[in-house]
Design a protein around this ligand. Structure first.
Ligand SMILES: CC(=O)CC(=O)SCCNC(=O)CCNC(=O)[C@H](O)C(C)(C)COP(=O)(O)OP(=O)(O)OC[C@H]1O[C@@H](n2cnc3c(N)ncnc32)[C@H](O)[C@@H]1OP(=O)(O)O
Length: 392
């Protein structure tokens, strides 16, 4: 069965900073929506449905903040759906917008949202609440300690060093310095990363994503609508998802699918998206990748789960420059999650950035000749994964 084609016709990204005191929560959503609407050259009357991208409310500090967001997206009187799969929320939202169009329910759908992570007080305290109160919360788990454990396992299994982790930061910060939308844009050296303060061994300050505030929006449309209105578009040709169990302990055991070093469910999600898009050899077919990796070590298992390198091979290949702009398959040319993480829209920005790349509109961080890109999102304690293939 071949899926009907769904195109991306509008993209909007706000400015991302630690704090956006100049902008209320709905105004941050509006900032991104206005840009996407201008790019798509549409009126609000043209939008038939809204998929609202909002991860834990506590980050924004407003209960059920989709209620407040509804007017920022011009949602009154329209189909409206809120999505939350933690860090994967943004890509799940693009997928839900895709399904509206692919199912033939609507011709034009907008997905949008914003986050104020930098203004929530302490993201780790908020995120600690996603774990089971009896067994896991008191460890204490946060996103950093959780992914530090997977970093330790990856280092043990594949020989990754802290300097190897720093190489990912150096690469992504260099990329971010070319991207005006990125939050952390200052280039850094391996020595600077190594000298930054330890947060949760082996993750140091500069191995961490920042707590960002900002918004994102995308507009999707059917092929019929795009052709009738002679609009420019790039096409979503593959969509995948995969979930993990709730308790981390239940995921441990022998073999690839139960090893904390490897992102097995992410791999399965990629396989689903690749099958749909007809990708049989990602190393040859993928031109650019925006992979969700909030801590430097996690980019390694994301590259491997995407099939861009074999298990344990990504470290050497990052060091050789294979995944840098100018290399064979640039990974996170925008600077990625490591440089900007406004959680509710971060995975949406991965798709948006790939769309910009394959349409040749990424500006200073453009990957030359990119025609096919992949994006991913990870959420809820590496529990929910979403993946997408976008083509010119
Ligand atoms: C897998 C999933 O489920 C989904 C996910 O996305 S998981 C990831 C979710 N996000 C997080 O976990 C956020 C991780 N980061 C943090 O918790 C914090 O930034 C931190 C603990 C690393 C540092 O906290 P902190 O010391 O209180 O710093 P913070 O208040 O954030 O920022 C202070 C300054 O340091 C800077 N800074 C923060 N992180 C930085 C970093 N990684 N590198 C360099 N500078 C950084 C900030 O930009 C800020 O500077 P400005 O005020 O000039 O903007």
């Amino acid at each position: 069965m071949s899926a009907p084609r769904v195109g991306i016709i509008g993209i909007g990204q706000s400015e991302f900073r630690s704090r956006r005191d100049d902008s209320s929560y709905p105004d941050l959503v509006r900032e991104a929506v206005a840009k996407a609407m201008t790019e798509a050259q549409l009126d609000f009357d043209d939008i038939e449905a809204i998929v609202y991208s909002l991860s834990p409310d506590a980050m924004v500090g407003i209960g059920n903040a989709e209620r407040l967001g509804v007017d920022a997206v011009g949602g009154r009187g329209k189909r409206f759906l809120r999505i939350n799969t933690g860090g994967a929320t943004g890509i799940s939202s693009v997928a839900a917008a895709y399904y509206h169009v692919a199912a033939g329910a609507c011709d034009v759908v907008m997905t949008a949202g914003a986050d104020k992570v930098g203004e929530c007080g302490d993201s780790q305290t908020v995120l600690n609440k996603i774990w089971d109160p009896q067994y896991e919360r008191p460890l204490p788990l946060g996103t950093i300690t959780m992914l530090a454990m997977s970093g330790i396992r990856y280092a043990e299994k594949y020989g990754m060093t802290q300097e190897d982790m720093a190489q990912v930061v150096v690469k992504n910060r260099k990329h971010a310095s070319l991207n005006p939308h990125a939050h952390l844009r200052k280039e850094v050296t391996v020595d600077e990363v190594m000298a930054s303060r330890m947060i949760s061994w082996p993750i140091k300050l500069m191995d961490c994503c920042p707590q960002s505030s900002g918004g994102g929006a995308m507009i999707l449309a059917s092929e019929r609508y795009i052709k009738e209105n002679r609009l420019d578009a790039v096409w979503i040709t593959g969509v995948g998802h995969c979930s993990e169990t709730y308790y981390i302990g239940d995921r441990m055991g022998n073999g690839y699918m139960a090893d904390h070093a490897d992102a097995f469910a992410l791999k399965r999600s990629f396989e689903r998206a690749y099958k749909m898009a007809g990708i049989t050899d990602p190393r040859k077919q993928v031109d650019v990748a925006e992979l969700y990796a909030p801590f430097s070590n996690t980019e390694y298992h994301a590259i491997e789960a995407a099939g861009l390198a074999g298990l344990g091979e990504a470290v050497a290949q990052v060091n050789e420059g294979r995944f840098s702009i100018g290399g064979e398959i640039p990974v996170n040319p925008s600077g990625g999650v490591l440089c900007t993480n406004a959680i509710a829209v971060t995975a949406m920005i991965r798709v948006a950035e790939v769309a910009l790349q394959v349409s040749g509109r990424a500006g200073g961080h453009q990957v030359k000749g990119a025609k096919l890109g992949i994006a991913s999102g990870n959420g809820g304690d590496h529990q929910f994964f979403g993946t997408m293939v976008v083509e010119a």
